[in-house]
Design a protein around this ligand. Structure first.
Ligand code: NAQ
Length: 254
């Protein structure tokens, strides 16, 4: 999907990976970039606006743990203004295996609920135009960082949900793919709690191995958006972009 002239909603567009990706998106000249994030950052929004004055950048506070009904209300405000939305990016995530419910609420339920809410505007069975969803999952959804099993499982769940969404596209008209970053230098991975403190040095150990910058990640993130492949599972690791092949071990045959 060419980003120029599109209307894009970016949940968590101000985070470490999110903000650099927002900058790459704005450079490509969408019509609207609507950023939804938990905490407002006027300086960051001003920077995005200054980057490309032709782009309308707006911000609404949004916590992904609110109800589907509340999300639907916010989306109605946005759809009333923009009329159409081409792409929804879900990027909210936390990494803290001491907070079990919150991890699942943000990383998995938040993604599912946001998508459930946008379906009432997009679903072709309701006369909607369809749309595109990009979910930020993680390479830990492929193979866990087993010292953070709750986080890893929440990302595997988000990835599985995304793969199902892609299969449902013929019914809903809504396509989907996942963006799965490898270890990327942001505050998220600087220091974090392992489950039951099984490995107090998990962050230090991880960061002994090669990582990528947020800019490298963001540049490949927008390439994946431009490729626009329903069902793609994008690995965005160490400055590279690769569509991974998912191994099938079982088939429902329906
Ligand atoms: P950062 O903490 O900077 O950004 C998280 C974003 O989520 C922020 O915009 C924050 O406001 C938003 N957020 C958190 N709770 C929210 C809520 N309740 N409602 C709305 N928004 C909320 O972290 P980041 O590294 O930029 O992470 C961005 C996304 O990439 C997250 O989903 C994260 O899980 C994912 N990710 C990050 C990394 C990494 O290394 N930084 C990796 C993969 C995926 C492999 C690696 C990991 O999985 C971490 C071990």
């Amino acid at each position: 999907m060419a980003i120029a002239n599109k209307n894009i909603i970016f949940v968590a567009g101000l985070g470490g990976i999110g903000f650099d990706t927002s900058r790459e998106i704005v450079k490509r000249g969408p019509k609207n970039l609507v950023i939804l994030d938990r905490i407002e950052n006027p300086a960051a929004i001003a920077e995005l606006k200054a980057l490309n004055p032709k782009v309308t950048v707006t911000f609404y506070p949004y916590d992904v743990t609110v109800s589907v009904a509340e999300t639907t209300k916010l989306l109605k405000t946005i759809f009333d203004k923009l009329k159409t939305v081409d792409l929804l990016i879900n990027g909210a995530g936390i990494l803290d295996d001491h907070q079990i419910e919150r991890t699942i609420a943000v990383n998995f339920t938040g993604t599912v609920n946001t998508i459930t809410a946008i379906m009432s505007f997009w679903d072709k069975r309701k006369g909607g135009p369809g749309g595109v969803i990009a979910n930020v999952c993680s390479v830990t959804g492929f193979n866990a960082i087993y010292q953070v099993p709750v986080y890893s499982a929440s990302k595997a769940a988000a990835l599985s949900f995304t793969n199902s969404l892609a299969r449902l596209a013929p019914i809903t008209g809504v396509t989907a793919y996942s963006i799965n970053p490898g270890i990327t230098k942001t505050t998220l991975v600087h220091k974090f709690n392992s489950w039951l403190d099984v490995e107090p040095r998990v962050a230090e150990l991880l960061l002994e191995h090669p990582t990528q910058t947020t800019l490298q990640c963001a540049q490949n993130f927008v390439k994946a958006i431009e490729a626009n492949q329903n069902g793609a599972i994008w690995k965005v690791d160490l400055g590279t972009l690769e569509a991974i092949e998912w191994t099938k071990h079982w088939d429902s045959h329906i």
